[in-house]
Structures are given as C-alpha cells and as structure tokens.
Write a protein that binds this ligand. Structure first.
Ligand code: GRF
Length: 204
C-alpha cells in the first residue's frame, strides 16, 4: 500500500532552533516534513540545523527592509508560498507578522509562546512570569492572527516555577514542553484537524 504524501510545513526561525530540531525529529511520525526553513536574519544556528538536515533554507533579512514592515511581510509571504505549505510554523520567530503575511495563510500558521496565554504576552514572557511571582507557567501553542500572541489556543502545558528558578532554568523546562507539543499541533493543522468555533479550537 502506498503511504500518503507527507504534509509540507514551512518553519520560520530567528535563533537557536531547538523547536525546529523537535519538528524535524517528530515530523515523520506525524506525517509531515519540513519543506523550508526561513529566517529573518542571517547566521543563526537554526539555519545550520536546517542545512544539516538537508532542508531548503531562505533568509529574508528584516534589517535589509528597514522601516518597511509591510514589504518584509510580502517578500516573506512569497518565499513561504513558493514551497506550497500545508502549515506554517513560527518556531522562535521573533518578528510580528502583519496582514500581508497572515492573510495569505489563514488559520494555518502556528506559533509557540513560552507562557500560559493570555498571561505574559511579548518577547520576555519567561522573565515576566518570574518577576510577577506566578507559581505556574508553561507554553501555549496557538494559531496566529493579526494581534501579538493572541490567536486561538491549540495546546497548552504547565510547569511549576521553582523557588530557585532563573530565566534560563525555567525556559529550559518550558522548551521541553514546547518540543513535545509544537510538532503535535503542527500535525493537527497540516492534516486539517482543527475546526474553529470563534476563538475555540476543536481538535478532531
Ligand atoms: C521558544 O521558547 C519560543 O517559545 C520563544 O523562543 C524560544 C525559541 O527557542 N519565542 P528555539 O529557537 O526554538 O530554541
């Protein structure tokens, strides 16, 4: 019997790429392949991870589009669309995407955020959670809309904040959860197994 073709996933990165590594490792088991890795900056480790795995890479350098966010969105949109993705995954991608990008891929863009949304949106979620003194935080895997860290929640998991945690130790435990949940959520989206009822995502 022929296996169905794996679903195609484009992954956007900005840095270290541990979530990309998790996607590459789990993809075959979930029936998807990473078809493209695109970065908003050159020289990041995530691009090396992609190249080592034999995955096509692209750099759409945000700095080269200085001041023209809308143009950056459209260039990135075209690069990603060219790989005909079933899902787009933001895996440590540190840019806010505007309507030019988000509108092109509908409810097929997945982001991972290192807090239990709607708490601690933004770029310093782990630091902010420690400073606030919460005893539980975690990660949220959600669909992307045009507001920051806002779209419908797909999966969440919690970790306890220890008395002695600092940003690095807590983030490390949160990342371990992200590495498990992000491939699962990407597979659900890529296989069309998410049905939206307003903000509520029903996973089938
Ligand atoms: C993740 O914790 C993600 O939620 C946050 O940045 C981190 C990226 O890690 N936005 P990596 O580049 O996947 O290792």
């Amino acid at each position: 019997m022929n296996q169905p073709a794996p679903r195609r996933v484009a992954v956007l990165v900005s840095g270290h790429g541990s979530n990309l590594e998790a996607l590459l490792a789990a993809g075959p088991g979930y029936g998807f392949e990473v078809a493209l890795v695109a970065s908003d900056r050159p020289g990041v480790r995530a691009l090396e991870v992609a190249a080592a795995a034999g995955v096509a890479t692209a750099v759409v350098d945000f700095a080269a589009h200085a001041g023209d966010r809308a143009r950056f969105d459209l260039v990135l949109r075209d690069v990603v669309a060219a790989c005909r993705p079933d899902a787009v995954c933001l895996a440590g991608f540190m840019r806010i995407l505007g309507p030019g990008f988000v509108g092109a891929f509908g409810a097929r863009i997945v982001n991972t955020h290192p807090s239990l949304l709607p708490a601690f949106r933004g770029a310093h979620a782990v630091r902010d959670a420690i400073a606030y003194g919460v005893k539980l935080t975690g990660c949220t895997i959600h669909l992307v809309d045009e507001q920051v860290d806002h779209g419908p929640v797909l999966l969440q998991a919690a970790v306890e904040v220890g008395q002695d945690d600092d940003e690095a130790s807590l983030h490390e435990r949160i990342k371990a959860l992200e590495h498990r949940l992000l491939p699962e959520a990407v597979a659900l989206v890529a296989h069309g197994r998410v049905r939206l009822d307003g903000r509520r995502a029903h996973l089938t």
